[in-house]
Design a protein. Structure first.
Lengths: 270, 266
């Protein structure tokens, strides 16, 4: 038996789809405006230097343990996995080269980005979201302070700066992790490991490795702040904003990783 | 600015959130030294009116002039400067929970960098003394009761000696004794500092307390005034529209069905 479609259902579905599209486009517009204005506020007075330092401590120093651990064990597991494959082709001495390349190009920045997204995008969304739902952000505006200058710009500046250093630290820890496994478990020559690792890194690899974490830092802070500042509906709204911020930041990191890789390989060659 | 000119003036103001109308065709005027009490049930648009007055929201239609400035059109940086002359007390106090009472009250002064630390400390203590909370200066907001938080919020709004105070349900959720204490502070500010105010509340008794009592500086307490306070007027919002604008006695004697029902139920 066929379903009877009443004439009113189609327009209703159309308006629901239009509403969904409109809502997402408005969200994208609000996100772009917030990020753009936060960037402009980097150079506007008053400069909240104290807040930037505080955020750098929270994001940079606070994330250091998980980034060191993630980097170290990623490097070690890369050496473990690659060595068995390389051994089949008699190329086990190139373990250092492949560990360094995969870490600097991809795994260091991406895993650091995802770790910092899980930790700090969530932290920013929940902190700012709580301030929004308890009217503290409105109170700040009522007291003559621009929340974009006081809350968003310092987080953005601190995250993009600290992400750069965290990714470099993750790369180094990963190479050390790979080195220890290669030397202690595989019995490879230490000098050969470092020689092949450092020789393998070209300008494309270095530029990818240094640019990606800065972009990921911007994504983590802007997404975390956007979801926090647009939180509505009490504690449940804060929880929703926190979850959405981690999901959105993680997806954007993976997506932008592909785009940056494609563009830089296009410029510098592989 | 003419001395008799309204410090706060709403001219046919309407406001929507998406498809929902939250305020429709609201016009009101508050002159220097006057207090306007905005009454209405939950969802009648009272708090929205207050946020419009300080430029936290912008109206979709009509214009709002505060202290001679059109806040509905003013760019955000100019609004930040204007807000120095306006103090706002939020419904749930909205104290910065990561800052101490001292830093909350000093917030605006710290941001402006116009006073040295000793001057700021003195000003903070004066504001806290005005709400009888100087001993709590080193506490964190979380350590204070709801009533004390509300008083700190008043002290914070007072720090820049504003010409206008906006109160958003300052006694909501408080026990009757604490609520009366908060109202005492508000009446004291009106009578001692001559602050112009717009107060949103759903508690009729708070509005009538403002209209019938004055602060007696000699005895340091509230006293009933025989003729009532002529500078206090009332506006009642219902279904996002103003349904009454007048004095307390006019409100009490109104024969309007909704108003009678509203007065009896509150």
């Amino acid at each position: 038996m066929g379903t009877i479609v009443t004439p009113t259902e189609e327009p209703a579905r159309d308006s629901a789809v239009a509403g969904w599209v409109k809502g997402h486009l408005e969200g994208l517009q609000a996100y772009s405006l917030l990020t753009g204005r936060a960037f402009r506020n980097f150079f506007a007075r008053p400069f909240y230097g104290g807040d930037v330092i505080l955020q750098m401590d929270s994001i940079g120093v606070g994330s250091l343990p998980i980034v060191v651990l993630t980097g170290f064990f990623t490097g070690a597991v890369m050496a473990l996995q690659l060595a068995s494959t390389l051994a089949q082709y008699g190329q086990i001495e190139r373990t250092g080269q492949l560990v360094a390349l995969s870490l600097v190009r991809e795994l260091g920045p991406v895993l650091t980005g995802l770790m910092v997204a899980g930790r700090n995008a969530a932290g920013m969304a929940s902190e700012l979201g709580s301030m929004v739902v308890t009217e503290q952000v409105d109170a700040m505006r009522a007291l003559g302070t621009d929340p974009l200058k006081k809350l968003v710009a310092p987080r953005l500046l601190a995250t993009l700066t600290m992400m750069f250093f965290l990714a470099v630290i993750a790369d180094l820890c990963g190479m050390v992790g790979g080195f220890l496994y290669a030397v202690l478990a595989l019995g490879l020559d230490a000098r050969q490991y470092w020689y092949t690792a450092l020789q393998a890194l070209g300008s494309t690899d270095i530029s990818q490795g240094l640019l990606k974490p800065v972009v990921f830092g911007i994504i983590v802070a802007s997404v975390g702040c956007y979801y926090g500042m647009s939180a509505r509906g009490g504690t449940r709204g804060v929880g929703r904003a926190t979850t959405q911020s981690v999901v959105a930041a993680s997806v954007l990191i993976i997506l932008s990783d592909f785009l940056i890789s494609r563009v830089l390989i296009g410029i510098f060659g592989s | 600015m003419h001395p008799d000119a309204a410090l706060i003036e709403f001219d046919h103001v309407s406001m929507h959130f998406g498809m929902q109308t939250v305020l429709e065709d609201l016009s009101l005027a508050v002159r220097r030294g006057e207090t306007k009490v905005l009454l209405g049930e939950a969802g009648s648009g009272k708090s929205v009116a207050l946020k419009l007055a300080i430029g936290l929201l912008r109206p979709d239609a009509g214009q709002i002039v505060v202290l001679g400035e059109n806040v509905s059109r003013l760019p955000e940086p100019a609004l930040f400067a204007l807000r120095r002359k306006i103090g706002m007390v939020f419904q749930e106090s909205a104290l910065f929970d990561s800052l101490s009472v001292r830093d909350n009250v000093a917030y605006r002064l710290d941001e402006e960098h116009q006073m040295d630390e000793a001057q700021i400390e003195q000003r903070v203590r004066e504001c806290l003394a005005a709400v009888e909370l100087e001993p709590a200066i080193d506490k964190m907001p979380g350590e204070l009761s709801g009533g004390m938080q509300r008083r700190v919020a008043i002290a914070r709004a007072l720090a820049t000696e504003p010409e206008i105070m906006l109160y958003d349900s300052p006694t909501a959720g408080l026990d009757p004794i604490t609520a009366t204490n908060i109202m005492e502070q508000i009446i004291k500010l009106r009578d001692v500092k001559k602050v112009t105010a717009l107060m949103v509340t759903h508690r009729l008794q708070d509005g009538f307390l403002l209209a019938t009592h004055a602060w007696d500086a000699a005895s340091n307490q509230l006293k009933q005034t025989p003729k009532g306070d002529q500078r206090t007027s009332f506006m009642v919002l219902h279904n996002r529209r103003a349904v009454f604008d007048g004095s307390g006695s006019e409100l009490r004697s109104s024969q309007d069905g909704y108003l009678r029902n509203f007065l009896q139920s509150t």
